[in-house]
Ligand binder design. Sequence first.
Ligand SMILES: [Zn+2]
Length: 83
Amino acid sequence: MFAVRVDWPDGTHEFFGPMATVETAWTQSGRVQRFWRQGPIRPLRVEPVTTSVNDFDLHRSRVGCKSPDCPVPPAAAGREAQR
Ligand SMILES: [Zn+2]
């Protein structure tokens, strides 16, 4: 299962979805990015992530999540691993 992860400048993140395929998640990422381009606050990053039903459900009730244990996009995970 996939979701769109949106990272905010204040260090919080949220997930949109869920989506069945990564293609749908990329399409949705583009939409989210275009939407926020007009806004006063712009997300740092909008990218699809692989997620579980549990992770996704957790974020429904968890607003302003800053946990480092949450699913991150593969590119970002790679950057973390290189440190
Ligand atoms: Zn989280």
